[in-house]
Design a protein around this ligand. Structure first.
Ligand code: ISE
Length: 341
């Protein structure tokens, strides 16, 4: 029988805590062996109910415990590069939450380091690829059943933003998902990004211009427009309408029971991404664990992380200039040649 993965989760914040719970209660083939957080008390609280798991303030200590053979990185994006390079040196299977890194140059360093190991070790946490709606839409695009895909209209709305969420993060933390989803749905690279700033909500914290309208173009000319609205108050919504030559497809509409009661009709608005994408996160982590036990990755690669980092960089430049900014990518290394996006 194959032994379970012994996972060190680095970062016990909102996403890290969610993954710890998932690994501990729902995922087969993996155990939480260690939780690492610069706030040791937070790490200790995260392992309190998990027998056999230890808390550490640094990843080095977790690795030196000798009880870890895989790593899930859930720290803020600007800390990823160092954590990724260290884990690659130890030849560990890695699940890295998005973004791979915040800019294209650091993401490329990670790609080069992985290429030097000769195999794919890094899976990037673009969970939408595991969401039923995105999967079905991806299949429809690839089947050609509705003719060619022409346009995508994407809506990405969050109720509010955590402290420290900057104007750039509307692109690097939120639209990054759209970049990956568009690449996934079209199986094409993105060639340009433009950002328009229109009328802003009074509900956004200082420094954020919210909402923003992002126009994205792929290599065959598919246009995708994204409304990114991160202080939308009412709840969480990620939805896309796809226009094909022979039909229109909607994904991500309201879910749950539609209730008629006491003279009213309706249902509940999804509160946040944990609820909207809970099943997708479960499928993503299970796929990573299953693949890691075979010595492979089970989802988007470091190349996908790099390509989206390049889109984010163009997006941040476009936010500032208002211009249409080209996305320029380095040549795709052979290691990722066989990837279906
Ligand atoms: C957050 O980090 C996520 O990944 C969510 O999916 C996204 O909706 C949100 O805008 C991000 O800040």
């Amino acid at each position: 029988m194959t032994e379970n993965l012994r996972v060190a989760v680095i970062g016990a914040g909102r996403m890290g805590a969610d993954h710890i719970q998932r690994l501990h209660t729902r995922i087969h083939g993996a155990d939480v062996a260690a939780v690492v957080d610069i706030d040791l008390d937070r790490a200790k609280a995260a392992v309190a109910h998990i027998s056999g798991a230890q808390a550490f303030a640094t990843a080095t200590e977790a690795y030196e415990s000798g009880d870890v053979n895989a790593v899930l990185i859930a720290t803020p994006g600007f800390l990823h590069e160092q954590a990724l390079l260290a884990a690659l040196k130890l030849d560990l299977p890695i699940l890295c939450e998005k973004p791979l890194t915040p800019d294209a140059a650091s993401a490329w360093k990670v790609v080069e380091a992985e290429v030097a190991t000769g195999r794919k070790r890094i899976q990037v946490g673009f969970m939408r690829r595991f969401d039923d709606g995105y999967r079905q839409l991806g299949r429809l695009v690839r089947s050609g059943e509705l003719g060619d895909l022409l346009m995508l209209h994407c809506r990405h709305r969050n109720p509010d933003t955590p402290a420290g969420f900057t104007n750039e993060m509307l692109i690097t933390d939120s639209v990054v998902h759209e970049f990956d989803a568009i690449r996934y749905l079209t199986s094409e690279e993105i060639t340009s990004v433009q950002v328009r700033l229109g009328k802003a909500t009074s509900k956004a914290p200082n420094g954020q211009h919210d909402p923003q309208h992002v126009l994205i173009e792929t290599s065959s000319g598919v246009l995708a427009d994204v409304e990114i609205f991160v202080n939308a108050q009412f709840g969480y919504q990620v939805a896309t309408e796809a226009a094909f030559e022979d039909g229109i497809v909607d994904i991500g509409g309201d879910g749950g029971p539609y209730v008629r009661r006491a003279g009213r009709w309706g249902g509940e608005v999804t509160p946040g991404f944990e609820e909207r994408f809970g099943a997708a996160y479960d499928a993503e982590i299970q796929s990573w664990v299953d693949a890691a036990l075979r010595g492979e990755i089970g989802g988007p690669s470091a190349w996908d992380g790099y390509a989206t980092a390049a889109c984010c960089e163009a997006g941040v430049e476009a936010q500032k200039s208002g211009d249409k900014v080209a996305v320029v990518l380095n040549e795709k290394p052979a290691l990722y040649g066989g990837d279906s996006q």
